[in-house]
Design a protein around this ligand. Sequence first.
Ligand SMILES: [Zn+2]
Ligand SMILES: [Zn+2]
Length: 177
Amino acid sequence: MSEVHKTVATPDKLGVEMIGIPAGSDVDLDLRLESVSEGILVTGTACGETEGQCSRCLEPIDGTVTVFLTELFAYPDSVTEQTTEEDDVHRIVDDRIDLEQSIIDAVALELPMSPLCSEDCPGLCQVCGIRLAVAEPGHAHELIDPRWAGLANKFSELSDRETSETDAKPDTQERRD
Ligand SMILES: [Zn+2]
Ligand SMILES: [Zn+2]
């Protein structure tokens, strides 16, 4: 049995579209390698800092992700190696084990497809796009049904005319004086 504590830089982004460990960032590996009859059993954690975007309001979010790994790497010529399909079990190749795909898969599974900055993030206003978390309380737009828009225009024309008529009255009175 041996233990491996190692920090590696990930060559590519690990995670899902909206959140992940960025390329070039550190991934801390805390692993235990155990010799079992059929191969090497790898258990432990991989941990890294994530960067992403809230799927509702698009604000940047960061955090950490830790994944737990349990993978068996079969010895060459072991019964396991000979009786399982190539894709069903990891293999030890030239005395080395390759954990990369296991870590890629585990991190992608662990991270949410739709990350949120907070559980009750109100998202963006569908009309103007403002972040509702920073908008004034009760932020809303008066929306007029397009079928009524023509009528609404007529009303505003009418009220414009009324205002100009009331404006005109004092003038006529002044003239009379
Ligand atoms: Zn948000
Ligand atoms: Zn709005």
